[in-house]
Design a protein around this ligand. Structure first.
Ligand code: IPD
Ligand code: CA
Ligand code: CA
Ligand code: CA
Length: 265
């Protein structure tokens, strides 16, 4: 891809992400129509669908040969499309529960991958007006501010985040090992938006974020941003994260990764 085309695509992704954020922000006083997906803890609203549709219309109009993978499944991309050409991976509202209950702590997450590899990532918190963004080999930013490359810290100094489900018996991870992590780190947070939690690792507000049941749209943009900052995206077994085929995911400062994953083996 030519530099000019990449720059234009990056600018377009940021512009649309900001625009989508404004739409959500201006509708916060509207009545939110909430539906259950698989359970009462798995929500979708008309806004999630509307924002996904907002992106689909623009992408198909401007880039008809691009593919789209969105959480609400409103485009027609098949898994075979992900590994070739350009695919937009979209979580229209990451943190829908926060959106419904708190009207804050949610984000729009938009990534562009080319031939299966991370290229562009945008995560926008419209309430805080914070756009985290990055483009392969061009650094990562919080709004206009370039983010510094991440460095290591010790387990004792680390403030990490994960979902409370991982410290009670569950099918994904040994909860007693997670309890030991809780005891050894400086602090634990649970924000409820995977995209924001990865963005917070990128800008140093968190030192690690762990999850064991995420999907491509939760993490694709965050990976682009972290890659630019020497941040690590890994699995419990210290393997590379495959966005299109996920197991466990750990987003973390370099150097802290081995110390923390050693708890989980
Ligand atoms: C969810 C949030 C949440 C994470 C869930 C995700 P959604 O995304 O990122 O923090 O724990 O696994 O599904 O459904 O609000 O887009
Ligand atoms: Ca969801
Ligand atoms: Ca999500
Ligand atoms: Ca979502």
């Amino acid at each position: 891809m030519e530099n000019k085309d990449l720059k234009e695509l990056y600018e377009t992704a940021r512009k649309w992400t900001l625009e989508a954020g404004e739409r959500i922000k201006h509708s916060l006083t509207d009545t939110i129509e909430v539906e259950y997906k698989t359970s009462a803890a798995d929500l979708v609203t008309q806004k999630d669908k509307e924002i996904e549709q907002f992106f689909i219309e623009r992408i198909l109009n401007e880039y008809p040969d691009h593919h789209i993978l969105g959480e609400e499944g409103m485009s027609e991309t098949t898994p075979a499309d992900y590994q070739q050409g350009t695919v937009w991976i979209i979580d229209p509202i990451d943190g829908t529960t926060n959106f419904v209950h708190q009207k804050r702590n949610f984000a729009i997450s938009v990534a562009i991958y080319r031939d299966g590899s991370p290229l562009i990532g945008c995560i926008y918190d419209p309430i805080e007006e914070e756009l985290f963004h990055g483009c392969k080999d061009n650094g990562a930013f919080l709004n206009d501010e370039k983010l510094p490359v991440l460095t290591s810290c010790s387990v004792e100094e680390a403030v990490i985040s994960f979902n409370h489900l991982w410290v009670v018996p569950n099918e994904k991870v040994d909860y007693e090992k997670m309890q030991q992590i809780v005891l050894d780190v400086r602090g634990v947070r649970s924000i409820g938006s995977a995209a924001l939690e990865i963005a917070y690792v990128a800008c140093g507000r968190l030192d690690a974020y762990l999850d064991f049941r995420l999907s491509a749209w939760d993490i694709a943009a965050g990976i682009v941003i972290l890659n630019e900052l020497a941040g690590i995206s890994t699995t419990m077994e210290q393997e590379d994260v495959d966005v299109f085929n996920l197991s466990s995911t750990i987003f973390i400062r370099p150097g802290l990764d081995e110390k923390l994953t050693s708890y989980l083996l």
